[in-house]
Design a protein around this ligand. Structure first.
Ligand code: FE
Length: 228
């Protein structure tokens, strides 16, 4: 398997490139519109064919590169089922699997940051957590039908029950951290460690975060797979 973590500085977003080394078929998870040229160059230089662009959720802080990549490569755009997006070629839901040669992606519904958020477990070892679980943090739950109790259940019952050495690759990082493990986050993530469901809900309901700068532009664009 080929696995690459790419970063967009402006939105602190990680995009993941995953490909089967034999068939050279690739997917991008959470591409960013401003980074489409970068992504195309990596694909070209590695001799990869882009088959799918996957979203972990409908983003509020950046515009997805999916529509542009689809126009340029003919790849398929994939969104979580029940997401408010009418632009996708197909949708994925909990328990479904997507196969690319020797790479298998298992879909894990992890709602709470948004009501249709998905995590993707790649070959049983690399977990793309989107904004459900960040390194020593988690995504906010105060808009887009977010719900802290639902997020607590998804993270503690679904992600924290995976093997401790499962690699955690988040959708964002604001401190330069790149990867963690399930065991590490269970022990050291200050949002979850030592907190019960009620305490987590209290904490999340009192974060008082400002709204993302580009939310009013990003949400409607992402409901169209990033058509601008
Ligand atoms: Fe998000």
């Amino acid at each position: 398997m080929l696995f690459r973590q790419l970063f967009d500085q402006e939105s602190s977003t990680y995009t993941y490139l995953i490909a089967d080394s034999e068939t050279k078929v690739a997917i991008l998870v959470d591409p960013v519109i401003e980074q489409v040229e970068r992504d195309l160059q990596v694909l070209r230089e590695l001799g990869l064919t882009l088959q799918y662009c996957l979203e972990t959720h409908i983003h509020a802080d950046h515009i997805t590169g999916t529509d542009r990549l689809r126009g340029l490569t003919g790849c398929l755009g994939v969104v979580p089922e029940n997401a408010a997006a009418s632009c996708a070629d197909f949708a994925l839901g909990d328990g479904q699997r997507l196969r690319l040669g020797n790479v298998e992606i298992q879909v894990i519904a992890t709602p709470g940051h948004t009501n249709s958020h998905l995590a993707y477990l790649v070959n049983g070892t690399h977990l793309l957590t989107g904004d459900a679980l960040l390194i020593r943090g988690c995504g906010r739950t105060d808009f887009q039908s977010g719900d802290p109790g639902v997020l607590y259940d998804a993270v503690t019952q679904k992600l924290f029950t995976l093997p401790e050495d499962t690699l955690v690759y988040p959708g964002h990082d604001y401190q330069g951290q790149t990867v963690s493990t399930i065991g590490e986050e269970k022990r050291w993530n200050p949002r979850f460690a030592g907190r019960d469901r009620y305490e987590f809900i209290e904490l999340m309901n009192h974060l008082n975060l400002p709204k993302p700068k580009r939310m009013l532009e990003a949400l409607p664009a992402n409901q169209q797979c990033g058509k601008v």
